[in-house]
Design a protein around this ligand. Structure first.
Ligand SMILES: O=C(CO)[C@@H](O)[C@H](O)COP(=O)(O)O
Ligand SMILES: [Fe+2]
Length: 231
């Protein structure tokens, strides 16, 4: 079984999936945070990679992700907020990521970039910034497994969920019915139900997990709220 097949199985069988955004964890205790999330039953960990160019912030890269890979079986999702994902992609594939998500707005984005991810046996994700229309998905139809709708401007955790994000989720689900629809930014107890009702099944949650003492109840409460939403 490829990493792609395993990851898509995990995300579909466990939907709605809460993926803690590691940007918001305590970096001084990074390995412990991964262990705690593993014990909390997190099915996916979302690694926000930032180059200080595509977004005005820096985070961590493939070497850090690789060193944490063996600590958990959770799906490793690398969200590449970098201007040149094509230049660095191989490092993330080698680091053991199961899902690699690239932005259509990146300088070297191309449909072939998504093919490279899948050819490596890894699930291909595509991400849309808030101002990017869902029509951009038409040119890459059938070439991605997950579409991540940014519900904040990328670069920082702890921002507020942008109005219009749920309409964008619904439009994405209509445009790409075979893909998993994810949402990233400001997803919390008061926003997750409407996002779920709009069609999202993969929820990146930073502050709403790491802001809680007990990660297991945070993940369970968010998943329960998402699952209880009616479409
Ligand atoms: O990609 C990003 C930000 O660029 C996100 O993954 C955030 O890190 C999510 O954090 P919260 O908004 O949930 O606090
Ligand atoms: Fe992210």
């Amino acid at each position: 079984m490829t990493r792609r097949e395993r990851a898509l199985g995990v995300l579909r069988e466990n939907a709605p999936v809460i993926a803690p955004s590691m940007l918001k964890c305590d970096f001084a205790r990074l390995a412990d945070e991964v262990d705690l999330l593993d014990a909390a039953g997190a099915k996916a960990l979302h690694w926000d990679v930032m180059d200080g160019h595509f977004v005005p912030n820096l985070s961590y890269g493939a070497m850090v992700i690789a060193d944490l890979r063996e600590r958990t079986d959770a799906v490793f999702d690398a969200h590449l907020m970098v201007s040149a994902p094509g230049r660095y992609l191989d490092e993330y594939l080698k680091a053991g990521c199961d899902l690699v998500t690239v932005h259509v707005e990146a300088d070297d984005f191309s449909p072939e970039l998504l093919d490279r991810i899948r050819d490596a046996g890894v699930a291909a994700g595509v991400c849309l910034n808030p101002e990017t229309p869902v029509e951009r998905l038409a040119e890459i139809e059938g070439r991605f497994d997950l579409c991540l709708v940014m519900s904040v401007n990328p670069g920082f955790g702890g921002q507020s969920y942008l109005p219009g994000s749920n309409e964008k989720i619904a439009a994405t689900a209509a445009q790409a019915p075979d893909a998993i629809v994810g949402v990233d930014g400001g997803v919390a107890g008061d926003t997750i139900a409407a996002a779920s009702a709009a069609g999202a099944s993969y929820f990146v949650c930073g502050s709403s997990v790491f802001g809680r003492e007990d990660y297991a109840s945070a993940v369970q409460d968010l998943a329960k709220t998402a699952a209880g939403a009616t479409r």
